[in-house]
Write a protein that binds this ligand. Structure first.
Ligand code: FMN
Length: 183
């Protein structure tokens, strides 16, 4: 697949086979994540690779949309180390870029993955910190559930011309509908 095809056909995969994922592939996912852009090139991220099923199985107790972890071969927690931030508040954005790189790489390597949101939900952040014994300066941003896909989701075309503006903000048909509803 070329890069555009990988980007356009990526979907969240929540069902996995029992196959394990090799250490080499895990390293490739981490390399892709760490190749992401970051504010002032601060690279404030840390990654926790979790293959222990007994740890993954505890996440649904504080995260209601994470049941696929019971089947996953591994999960990678993307964390922002706030002490490494050169530009305050940017670390979470950097970690989001790293997460997306990891999802794209997973799809390109034949793996299936889904982004589980941790930040900014307090209960999930506290739950992750407790579960993995993390210091409070570390902000868990996203948990990526990974395995070999046991479902095939078709590509969705999400292109919306009305969300595109040229040169300046143009009142779109959508704005007009919203305005009419308010009046
Ligand atoms: C910030 C963020 C948080 C998300 N959190 C969850 C989650 O907790 N559980 C889950 O199953 N999917 C989660 N997703 C995946 C979205 O549901 C999914 O990306 C969206 O429905 C679009 O589908 P697609 O990824 O197949 O294109 C999250 C995605 C993002 C970007």
């Amino acid at each position: 697949m070329d890069t555009m095809e990988v980007i356009l056909t990526r979907r969240s995969v929540r069902k996995y086979t029992d196959n394990r994922v090799s250490e080499d592939l895990v390293e490739q996912l981490l390399r892709a994540a760490m190749a992401a852009p970051s504010a002032a090139n601060e690279q404030p991220w840390h990654f926790v690779v979790i293959t222990d099923r007994s740890i993954m199985a505890q996440v649904p107790s504080f995260h209601p949309h994470s049941h696929m972890l019971k089947q996953a071969a591994l999960a990678i927690l993307v964390c922002n180390d706030s002490s490494l931030e050169l530009m305050k508040g940017r670390g979470v954005l950097d970690c989001s870029a790293a997460t997306q790189n990891m999802l794209i790489a997973a799809h390109s390597l034949g793996l299936g993955a889904v982004w589980l949101g941790i930040y900014p939900v307090e209960e999930r952040m506290t739950g992750m910190r407790k579960l993995l014994n993390m210091p409070s300066r570390i902000v868990p941003v996203s948990l990526v559930s990974i395995g070999y896909p046991d479902e095939r989701l078709s590509m969705e075309d999400r292109f919306k011309q009305e969300r595109v503006h040229y040169q300046r903000w143009m009142g779109s048909a959508e704005d007009k509908v919203k305005k009419a509803k308010k009046e």
